[in-house]
Design a protein around this ligand. Structure first.
Ligand code: TRP
Length: 360
């Protein structure tokens, strides 16, 4: 494990406090979280964020889940794939246990008022602040191309995602902290510059405990790389992905994240799937070797996901239901966003035409 910086340490401590408060008074919190629809959700999402969202929902926290379809335009995903991808992700959510009676699932493109918040928010950040963002920098370094305008305002769009519903809690990994900082900055500046009474909360990070799981090829697990195990994969496909994972030449299995990262990653996946400890699992497998480790991992993942996969099949057999979940979620998000935008307009004095019928 790498060392944490002082600000990461502070965020971890604060997050532990928040976790305590969530347990004591879940109704104080509204959670906003999201995924970019770049492909089917995989076990990285499952262990990293999905199980946490469901845990919060089941504790009684209000959970709002965004499928960030406008944001995905930064990845140049072909539009014709989008309907199937988005519906597939909704099916993944529902199969994993997101309950549409308690939680809201919606897409950017269905909620115009959310996107409109980007305009006043852009007045609150400088060009230099936008360019300084680590994600934008990473993207520019990776592609060698200057960022598009959309990429540049990505953190401002994300602020609108979070603030439109006045979420006060955002479950994220440590890598997403800089984004949340910009959201907090925008909320603070909006309140200070424009509002008599604070309109937006400064949302806080609830840091996810699961370590970042690497993909089966040792690179960061990503939908685009195809190195994760999609939740919807068949048992045979799951076995095939795990069989292809690189190992090393030492037959005896030990848990050594720095010296043997490939083996350590398989052990961490197995630990996540079974709730066991990677060190203990390594001792257990020992001289039975990497083949045995892979077979054990395949069985554990398939067993863990079997009920989810069965539910998923039932859900995708009923497209009308999927459709209805998204329609209802979009409707609800629109209602919240329009209310917030009306308050923003009020705060900014943009109320000339609707004074008579302004009952909001
Ligand atoms: N940026 C997130 C990702 O790449 C997705 C996302 C969009 C998001 N808007 C958000 C996450 C708001 C949390 C809050 O996965």
């Amino acid at each position: 494990m790498s060392e944490h910086t002082a600000s990461q340490q502070a965020a971890l401590a604060r997050s532990a406090e928040l976790e305590q408060q969530v347990q004591e008074d879940p109704q104080k919190f509204r959670v906003l979280t999201g995924d970019r629809p770049t492909g089917p959700l995989h076990i990285g999402h499952y262990f990293g964020s999905l199980t946490n969202r469901i845990r919060l929902q089941n504790l009684g926290v209000e959970v709002i889940v965004l499928i960030a379809d406008y944001q995905v335009m930064t990845d140049q995903v072909a539009g014709h794939q989008l309907p199937a991808t988005v519906r597939g992700i909704v099916a993944d959510y529902l199969a994993a246990g997101i309950d549409p009676a308690r939680s809201t699932i919606f897409t950017h493109s269905a909620v115009a008022a959310l996107n409109e918040l980007v305009v006043p928010f852009l007045s609150l950040v400088s060009d230099a602040e936008l360019h300084r963002n680590p994600t934008v920098k990473a993207e520019t370094d990776a592609t060698g191309k200057p960022p598009t305008g959309l990429m540049l305002i990505y953190p401002v769009h994300q602020a609108a995602d979070i603030l439109f519903c006045r979420a006060n809690l955002v479950p994220v990994g440590l890598d997403q902290l800089p984004h949340l900082e910009i959201t907090r900055l925008i909320a603070r500046r909006f309140n200070d510059r424009y509002a008599d009474q604070p309109l937006f909360p400064e949302p806080e990070a609830l840091l996810t405990k699961t370590p970042l799981l690497m993909g089966l090829d040792g690179h960061k697990m990503s939908k685009t790389r195809g190195n994760g195990i999609p939740l919807r994969a068949s048992e045979d496909q799951t076995a095939a992905v795990i069989r292809r994972a690189p190992t090393d030449s030492d037959r005896h299995i030990t848990y050594d994240p720095t010296g043997r990262p490939a083996i350590a990653n398989l052990l961490e996946l197995l630990a996540a799937a079974t709730g066991d400890d990677p060190q203990r699992l390594a001792d257990d497998i020992g001289s039975r070797g990497a083949g045995h480790l892979k077979r054990t991992l395949t069985e554990a993942i398939n067993e863990l996901l079997r009920p989810l996969r069965n539910r998923r099949t039932d859900i995708t057999d009923d497209p009308a239901y999927l459709n209805q979940v998204l329609t209802t979620g979009n409707q609800r998000a629109r209602c919240i966003a329009e209310h917030t935008l009306a308050e923003v307009h009020n705060t900014l004095g943009m109320t000339y035409a609707n004074l008579a019928d302004d009952g909001a």
